[in-house]
Ligand binder design. Sequence first.
Ligand code: FAD
Ligand code: NAI
Length: 466
Amino acid sequence: MATYDLVVIGTGPGGYVCAVRASQLGMKAAVVEKNATLGGTCLNVGCMPSKALLYASEMFEEAGHSFAKMGVSVSAPKLDLPSMMNFKQQGIDGNVKGVEFLMKKNKIDVLKGTGKILGTGKVEISADGKSQVVETRSIVIATGSDIARLKGIEIDETRIVSSTGALSLDKVPGKLLIVGAGVIGLELGSVWHRLGAEVVVVEFLDRILPGMDGEIAKQFQRILEKQGFAFKLGAKVTGVDTSGKMLKARVEPAAGGAAETLEADVVLVCIGRAPYTDGLGLKEAGVALDNRGRVQIDPHFATSVKGVYAIGDVVAGPMLAHKAEDEGVAVAEIIAGQAGHVNYDVIPGVVYTTPEVSCVGKTEEELKQAGVAYTVGKFPFTANGRSKVNQTTDGFVKILADAKTDRVLGVHIIGREAGEMIHEAAVLMEFGGSAEDLARTCHAHPTRSEAIKEAALAVGKRAIHM
Ligand code: FAD
Ligand code: NAI
């Protein structure tokens, strides 16, 4: 029987990163993966394919709508969807190969099959009707999440799709109905809208992007509407009739009232994701779940069974690849006897649309609810030189700082490249920095990041360019 110091179940960004860190710390590690390829949701049907399509569709959109005003004259771009899908697949393959390389480089065994925990120190791996059992000092559950389903609406991944089907449509839908105005709905909605689909988003709440700063979400909704998105807020889809050529979705006000019917070629259901624990044998092994079906852990990622830990989408917290990765590193360090730690107050979030939306730390709503006195500094990209010359002035930077100490508590950006810009705020917040620190840091000119410095100056009511 093979013996290991650590067996990680799942090779998403949480699992494979955990195994690499464990190997760096001198542990003999193995990963277990039931899918044909390594990399989990993120590499295969999540972050990577969606970003490839977002990039390619943005280029299509730019070629069709932005080149001419810069004096670049091209004929109307034509969509070659199979080639775009091939571009996406190349990106997936390259990243999956990268993970395979990392496993080899770090001498991590890859055990293909479904992992089941038999109790402390024992994992059974089954594939193609055969199984083997390995012994290990520690086990990390990194089995991620799966799509959440809507009762009574069957996802066939062709006409009624989850994000997985929406990443592989074989033609641009004439009408795309999206259920859920969260990150997936707005990102994949952007992809297909840019490629020509008419997009209607039905959202249960009275706002888009719940959890993000309200003011940012409002402005983002206006920008998306200007682009051509239609929103039905405070509404829910209660059924989809698939009998005709067009799908007929029954849409009801969330608060009750008369239903309406919306036609669509494709319906995308993206109402969140659910922790994935099927086949792990958690009940028999005695691993406790919380009331939302997530593996329950203590602050050191330990489950209710000795030597069994859990990280990533399968535990509480934001379902983000970088959160899973940081937890993977932290738990490997804890198992090695070190002080692994994740600062949940400083986890950036990015929506990779055009413009992008990014955030780190608290929203205004959260500060109000916690009764924290804060000051706000805002700076619009319309007043940022680089944005003006590029004619990409949508959006603004918003900084929330403690009214007494000036410590930065939250930064929210809507604008081009906001996803890259957020990290100077994250570093500042990791070091407990103030708006004054940010305002006195020299920023290169002309950059979009100068808008962050100006927003920090605006906290002290002394922005220069506004
Ligand atoms: P996963 O990546 O889900 O990996 C879990 C792995 O475990 C899978 O490979 C699965 O096959 C395997 N597994 C499960 N059970 C077993 C078992 N019993 N035995 C063996 N193997 C098993 N996050 C971002 O931060 N940025 C983004 O841009 C982003 N975009 C996304 C776009 C989409 C369309 C989706 C769906 C998600 C996106 N996410 C994004 C979220 C991100 O993909 C997840 O947060 C991340 O993948 C979680 O990592 P994980 O390691 O916890 O689990
Ligand atoms: P989400 O939680 O972001 O959004 C789901 C939306 O659906 C919410 O606005 C919710 O109010 C709404 N909703 C729920 N039930 C509904 C109903 N019956 N009818 C209408 N609306 C309903 O979930 P989403 O977009 O599915 O994404 C899943 C996860 O994947 C997220 O947690 C996200 O963090 C992650 N992800 C991250 C990305 C990124 O970081 N850029 C990109 C894509 C996904």
